[in-house]
Design a protein around this ligand. Structure first.
Ligand SMILES: Cc1cc2nc3c(=O)[nH]c(=O)nc-3n(C[C@H](O)[C@H](O)[C@H](O)COP(=O)(O)OP(=O)(O)OC[C@H]3O[C@@H](n4cnc5c(N)ncnc54)[C@H](O)[C@@H]3O)c2cc1C
Length: 443
């Protein structure tokens, strides 16, 4: 894949880095439309399989078996007409129009493939975000993050180990006062959803061999620096969610700033120490620091600044979308939020604009449609607000309707990455699995 073939005789190469909520949908559409003709569509991704990130709290709590929901990139690319390269983006050589991939290492550290480069005519960066620890001392070393499948698996294994410990202690002594203590920092959607999902799983554990374990053995603290949890939702809905969490037994602490994380405890600014077996940090996101070194315009969170066509401001051959970019529509104050629905809409806009480039037409502006926010409190409740013309402004919803809309987001993602027929078939398989497979993943 050198750079010496004249452009006229070689295929136009579109490289997408990151096969997540936005990137996988984009390569599927590009591959289906252009991949088998005069274009080479390439996906570069550091993992072998895709799991939709909003499911990670369910994977962490054991409520979802990621093996059943993940998508293998190799089979997906074969079906949809793009090429898949396993690798981690390390840099972009903009003058030669090449991406630089880090050496690929075996599990034991042996180098399998050295550092290498892949040419692009157009590059789309869709590498998502990572948890932001805001430089808080001890967080990196002592807290768990739900950034990817590995992080969610790690949390679940540790959780199950502590459930076993408590169950064993309780069966030896019925009066033992043993608990699994979890401290979650960040009262946004991720923290709230994880807290509720943990109670769902704890309740189910007694049916899976841990007879003496139940919800009462779980102590969850949810720590939020702001005045209330779920700042993205209207105050009434956030209060409803908080009430639901408190009823489950979650110790919700707003206005509480964390100063430091140490082994098995977080230290608050007022000096209070919250002891826990598992510490989870879910207090906001930032983009990978590597993006700030590409010579492109970035903000303080390392996100690439993109114009209304989703091209980076300093290099029109490079697009960025999803959590790794920042786009503020002119006239508005707030940028598009880092959400799956934004990544989905941006994937459609980049697909359309790349098509316009192929036809030498003027690119169209991306206009974000906020359809609202929904937060799932596992089987206990779902709250949120819908926005848009459909409901004539903002409408608060709760309960079954909210749950239906929440799960529809995942249905839409499945259809976006598999097409209608296969997407619907997979939904059906999912329903059957819910009936025939265990309620919890215990390994
Ligand atoms: C627990 C949790 C719950 C959430 N719930 C919701 C929700 O209910 N609703 C909602 O709208 N949003 C939710 N979100 C946010 C949502 O998941 C993200 O906004 C969305 O996934 C962003 O899509 P993306 O394509 O930008 O990035 P991602 O989906 O994160 O995909 C990025 C991809 O890039 C790959 N990658 C990263 N770095 C590199 C590299 N250097 N080289 C190669 N590949 C790389 C990653 O492996 C990944 O596959 C949730 C997030 C979490 C963590």
């Amino acid at each position: 894949m050198g750079t010496d073939t004249p452009l006229k005789t070689r295929k136009i190469q579109i490289v997408v880095v990151g096969g997540g909520a936005g990137g996988l949908e984009l390569v599927r559409r590009l591959g289906a439309k252009y991949g088998r003709k005069h274009h080479d569509i390439i996906l570069i991704e550091r993992n072998r399989t895709h799991i939709w990130k909003p499911l990670l709290h369910e994977v962490a709590a054991g409520a979802l078996d990621a093996n059943l929901d993940e998508v293998g990139y190799r089979s997906h690319c074969h079906r949809w007409g793009y090429r898949f390269f396993l690798g981690t983006l390390e840099g972009v050589d903009r003058s030669n129009r090449e991406v630089v991939l880090a050496p690929l290492l075996d599990d034991d550290g042996t180098e399998l493939i050295g550092r290498h480069r892949i040419r692009y005519d157009y590059l789309v960066l869709a590498i998502g975000s990572v948890t932001n620890d805001f430089g808080t001392p001890g967080v990196k070393e002592n807290c768990l993050f739900l950034d990817d499948r590995a992080g969610a698996d790690r949390f679940r294994n540790l959780l199950l180990n502590h459930c076993l410990r408590v169950s064993r202690a309780m069966s030896l002594d019925r009066h033992a006062d043993e608990h699994v203590r979890v401290a979650i920092v960040g009262g946004g959607a991720t923290g709230v959803e994880l807290a509720a999902e943990l109670f769902n799983s704890a309740g189910a554990l007694r049916h899976f061999g841990l007879e003496v374990f139940d919800e009462s053995r779980l102590k969850v603290s949810l720590v939020e620096a702001g005045p209330r949890i779920l700042p993205a939702l209207p105050a009434r809905l956030a209060a409803a969610a908080e009430g639901e969490l408190r009823a489950l037994g979650v110790d919700v602490r707003a206005d509480t700033r964390v100063k430091e994380a140490v082994p098995h405890a977080i230290i608050c600014e007022d000096g209070e120490r919250i002891e826990a077996d598992l510490l989870v940090w879910a207090a906001g996101v930032k983009a990978a620091p590597m993006l700030a070194r590409l010579g492109l315009e970035t903000n303080a969170n390392n996100q690439l600044i993109v114009s209304n066509t989703l091209q980076t401001t300093r290099d029109l051959r490079i697009f960025a979308m999803g959590d790794c970019c920042s786009h503020t529509r002119s006239g508005l104050e707030r940028p598009v939020p880092p959400r799956a629905q934004a990544a989905h809409q941006m994937a459609s806009a980049v697909f359309r604009n790349l098509g316009l480039i192929m036809r030498s037409k003027t690119l169209k502006p991306f206009i974000y449609q906020d359809h609202g926010s929904l937060v799932s409190l596992s089987r206990f409740s779902t709250v949120g607000s819908l926005m848009g013309n459909l409901v004539g402004g903002r409408m608060a919803i709760e309960g079954r309707l909210a749950r239906f809309v929440y799960t529809s987001l995942y249905r839409m993602h499945l259809i976006a990455i598999h097409g209608w027929a296969r997407g619907m078939a997979l939904l059906l398989v999912g329903r059957v699995n819910q009936i025939v497979r265990p309620q919890l993943k215990l390994h």
